[in-house]
Design a protein around this ligand. Structure first.
Ligand SMILES: Nc1ncnc2c1ncn2[C@@H]1O[C@H](COP(=O)(O)OP(=O)(O)OP(=O)(O)O)[C@@H](O)[C@H]1O
Ligand SMILES: Cc1ncsc1CCO
Ligand SMILES: [Mg+2]
Length: 271
């Protein structure tokens, strides 16, 4: 655990020192929240849509963020182009929002098995569904109900570990407690706030923040750093919040003051 804590401290210092740009192809609902969260932790944001733009961004950044939340026809080209380019030239974080719903989403996510991400950040249902789609596990769990999870974080452990080994990266399953694994080590990160479940985009922005940290460190450390940042800042924000909107503002404030020591002090447990 001490090595991990030191790596978290270094990751936060390196992000603040280098302001890495982690470009996103992400949904229209929460795009502003993703950009602001990336900037708050010390990174920089650039949101793109066009089929040639993800590839161009992969040339000039260390990690892209791809979130398939609101697909429109242009994404049929944009998403695979960006994912392939990022897989070859740098890396990407995937949020497989509502995995299993609709033809285009299913095709885009299924095809990503050939050019996988370095980090998958998703809720339990989406992690189980993606692992099933890629033929890595066989289970009846993982029923989709739009963008929200119907499964517990613990129930996604095997899917997450199998997926992490396949992508040779990390998987972060979010929920009340968050599970992060690289297929060898699995930890739970604690904290946060129930307010997260009452605003949209906490998961989407967490994926974008994973991409910022992965621009300076390995996938597992990056996924833990982002998750711990959310758990620490979420708990701080809850103390100030008077409702969901003031929670969101207080959360971004807390994220913008995040230090490496805060990340290391977040309660975690190896399981
Ligand atoms: N009940 C809860 N208590 C504490 N933290 C929570 C709770 N539910 C979610 N979170 C936190 O919210 C963040 C997003 O996780 P969540 O599972 O809600 O993602 P999501 O369903 O993909 O969200 P969205 O699709 O709205 O972006 C994580 O940091 C997670 O720890
Ligand atoms: C509400 C919603 N619908 C599509 S994407 C999204 C953001 C949360 O995943
Ligand atoms: Mg989500």
């Amino acid at each position: 655990m001490n090595d991990l804590k030191n790596a978290l401290i270094k990751a936060q210092e390196d992000v603040r020192a280098n302001c890495p740009m982690a470009p996103s192809i992400t949904n229209f609902v929460t795009i502003d929240f993703v950009a602001n969260a990336q900037i708050a932790v010390g990174g920089s944001a650039a949101m793109v849509y066009m089929p040639d733009e993800g590839g161009a961004m992969a040339e000039i950044s260390k990690c892209l963020y791809i979130n398939v939340g609101t697909l429109i026809p242009v994404h049929a080209e944009t998403v695979p182009n960006a994912a392939k380019a990022a897989h070859e030239k740098c890396a990407y974080v995937l949020d497989p929002v509502a995995a299993g719903m609709g033809e285009l989403r299913t095709k885009l996510l299924t095809d990503m098995k050939d050019y996988p991400p370095a980090i998958v950040r998703a809720n339990a249902s989406e992690v189980i569904t993606l692992a099933k789609m890629w033929g890595l596990i066989d289970t009846d769990e993982g029923k989709v109900r739009g963008v929200d999870s119907t499964e517990s974080v613990e129930s996604a452990r095997e899917a997450a570990e199998t997926l992490a080994r396949f992508i040779k990266g990390a998987v972060c399953v979010s929920g009340k407690d968050d599970l992060i694994t690289d297929g060898e080590r699995t930890i739970l990160s604690f904290g946060g706030s129930e307010y997260f479940a009452r605003i949209t985009g906490s998961g989407c922005s967490l994926g974008g923040v994973c991409a910022v940290y992965h621009s300076v460190t390995d996938p597992f450390t990056a996924a833990v750093a982002a998750t711990n940042a959310y758990n620490v800042a979420g708990a701080m924000a809850e103390k100030k919040a008077e409702g969901t909107a003031s929670f969101k503002v207080a959360f971004l404030d807390a994220l913008s003051n995040m230090t490496g020591d805060d990340l290391a002090a977040c309660p975690m447990k190896e399981i």
